[in-house]
Design a protein around this ligand. Structure first.
Ligand SMILES: Cc1cc2nc3c(=O)[nH]c(=O)nc-3n(C[C@H](O)[C@H](O)[C@H](O)COP(=O)(O)O)c2cc1C
Length: 314
């Protein structure tokens, strides 16, 4: 009897060999990790956020350690979409994994232009709209914190793109369900959440902020319980698939998101302290399924058991 566990999942018409993706901004353009492991083992990965033109990001310090996490204000430094297409995409052709292009713009027109540039390139499986970066003044958060703007940018990109459109939500909102619903109404094919939590850290000797940007985005294990709550709430709200992100370091952590309703997960900060963490999580998921006689990982998605009327979100 074939006892192989089926780890595959389907999201927005795409088939993923397993539900583990590397998260945007923590995995470069994928190529940087090929010396650590065969990235074809991944369900997929999200590129660093791509803008229409290259960006230098914020001045240093851009990163600082926090309890069980890190604070960053990189400011979306990236090579720009044209250089990505010219220099990064060709060497990625040989890897059999889904590439999700994480994109952002200062205006809706810029989002549309980037999506248009990526249309001819089949190696890019889907777009992930970053409307949730807390670390730059323009390009992201002004869309992700306004339901009207969220609707408009998703609708506009859907109109031009020939790829599935995922939308990455900000956790820094009062009611995640409003934004989840707006994205679904505007035609989004999937939701990914969460981006980093707006946060701040101070050097008390200098009485100065640790980051040049003053504030930054908190990520890593510190945010996981908050992310799980938001993912659960979003998954309860919409019918489109939800991809969970936030502080995942192990298969156990990934399973928490999947039981809460996530169809797949992304791993971010953990790549910094363990470049093969994604592979370990994939192996751990397979082991969990084997030990629990689960033949198909999809069986566990959204299986959280709660009593009738037990949800109390504040
Ligand atoms: C240094 C750094 C850079 C990031 N850059 C991006 C980015 O370009 N676009 C994006 O959508 N998210 C970006 N993120 C957010 C991550 O993709 C992820 O949503 C977040 O870090 C939470 O997951 P984690 O706790 O596993 O890191 C970045 C995160 C970090 C730590």
């Amino acid at each position: 009897m074939d006892t192989a566990v089926d780890l595959s999942v389907d999201i927005s018409g795409l088939h993923f060999r397993n539900p583990v993706l590397a998260a945007s901004g923590t995995f470069g353009y994928g190529l940087e990790f090929t010396r650590f492991f065969d990235i074809s083992e991944l369900g997929g990965f999200c590129t660093k956020g791509l803008s229409l033109e290259p960006l230098p990001g914020n001045p240093p310090g851009r990163i600082t350690e926090t309890p069980a996490g890190m604070l960053n204000a990189i400011g979306l430094e990236n090579v720009g979409v044209k250089s990505f297409i010219r220099d990064k995409l060709p060497p990625l052709e040989r890897y059999d994994t889904h590439i999700i292009a994480n994109i952002f713009g200062k205006t809706i027109e810029e989002f549309v232009a980037i999506a248009g540039d990526l249309n001819p390139h089949q190696k890019v499986s889907a777009l992930e709209l970053n409307i949730s970066c807390p670390n730059i003044k323009e390009g992201g958060i002004q869309f992700g914190h306004d339901p009207d703007m969220t609707y408009k940018v998703v609708e506009a990109v859907k109109k031009i793109s020939n790829k599935p459109v995922w939308v990455k939500l900000s956790p820094n909102v009062t009611d995640i369900t409003v934004f989840a619903r707006v994205c679904e109404d505007a035609g989004a094919d999937a939701l990914t959440l969460v981006n980093t939590f707006l946060a701040m850290s101070i050097d008390v000797n200098k009485r100065r902020p640790m980051l040049s940007n003053v504030t930054g985005g908190l990520s890593g294990p510190a945010i996981r319980p908050m992310a799980v709550r938001l993912v659960h709430q979003a998954a309860q709200t919409v019918d489109i698939p939800v991809v969970g992100i936030g502080g995942i370091t192990s298969a156990r952590d990934a399973l928490e998101f999947m039981v809460a309703g996530a169809m797949a997960v992304q791993i971010g900060t953990a790549n910094y302290f363990d470049p093969i963490v994604c592979v370990k999580v994939i192996r751990g998921l397979r082991r969990y399924c084997e030990e629990n006689n689960i033949s198909d990982i999809k069986e566990i998605i959204g299986t959280l058991e709660v009593r009738e009327g037990q949800f109390l979100y504040y």
